[in-house]
Design a protein around this ligand. Structure first.
Ligand code: PEP
Ligand code: MN
Length: 274
């Protein structure tokens, strides 16, 4: 029986979808790294961090201007000013940028500043939002819902694809489980399963998938070994002062070391293939 997610299914397109963003190709074989703070905070920090990330080989800059927070009393993001800061930091460093769209009313401004639109876990089944991003030309990164099955996730991707936007990137970010030591349980099974079921590129987000800095890099290595097309990592120059998600944010030095490791692995891999 054919799967209900007709356009997202590997059956409908045996070859991998490759999405070009700036100079990088997501799903093109080489792992793509998206990194940046959870939320855009201030311009000076953002520009400095973006330049450092570019120098260490990061491909895309992240930063939330609209933050989906559990409490309405927590920092909600800088809004349009955050988008401007993110775009300026990306422009200065020479990095494309990704940011989360929370509400359809923000779509025009997010499209103006972002190179990739992020749909967060909490909105994975916001069908009105999915339909709207299905109509734009910008690539969309669709995070897995907190308790979504693989089929529900692929059906959410189907909404965007069916609307005419074929540039969909999936992102595994951990699911709810009975475990409380970690913030979420990064579903490593989902990585090879999604690559089997779908031709869409798949990113892994072990920052939200674990919620603990010391687990982020080991789980990143596991996700790449399982076939993920890249990583989305939170990084902050001073995590204890971060306005959100400090405990899961890497230090720039930790990320720089990991990027070196990744480059060495990649050059080995290309030598073996050649
Ligand atoms: C984020 O990337 O900052 C975020 C809020 O992620 P998620 O939607 O996966 O919780
Ligand atoms: Mn976060």
């Amino acid at each position: 029986m054919s799967p209900p997610y007709k356009l997202a299914a590997r059956e409908s397109q045996p070859e991998n979808t490759v999405i070009r963003v700036g100079e990088c190709r997501i799903g093109g074989g080489e792992p793509v790294v998206i990194a940046g703070p959870c939320a855009v905070e201030d311009e000076e920090m953002m520009v400095k961090l973006a330049c450092r990330l570019k120098r260490m080989g990061v491909h895309i800059l992240r930063g939330g201007a609209y933050k989906p927070r559990t409490s309405p009393y927590s920092f909600q993001g800088l809004g349009e000013e955050g988008l401007r800061i993110l775009a300026r930091a990306g422009g200065t460093a020479g990095l494309p940028v990704i940011t989360e769209l929370l509400d359809v009313r923000q779509l025009p401004e997010v499209c103006r500043y972002a190179d990739i639109i992020q749909i967060g876990s909490r909105n994975m089944q916001n069908f009105g939002l999915l339909r709207e991003v299905g109509r734009v030309k910008c690539p969309v990164l669709l995070k897995r819902g907190l308790s979504a099955t693989l089929e529900e996730w692929l059906m959410a991707a189907e909404y965007i694809l069916a609307g005419g936007n074929r540039q969909v990137i999936l992102c595994e970010r951990g699911i709810r489980s009975f475990e409380t030591y970690t913030r979420n349980t990064f579903d490593i099974n989902a990585v090879p399963a999604i690559k089997h079921l779908s031709h869409l590129p798949l990113m892994a987000d072990p920052s939200h998938g674990t919620g603990r800095r010391e687990l982020v890099l080991p789980v990143s290595r596991a996700a790449l070994a399982a076939g993920a097309d890249g990583l989305m990592l939170e990084v902050h120059p001073c995590p204890e002062k971060a306005v959100s998600d400090g405990p899961q944010s890497l230090l720039p030095d930790e990320l720089a070391k990991f990027m070196g490791e990744l480059r060495a692995t990649e050059s080995c891999r290309t030598r073996v293939i050649a």
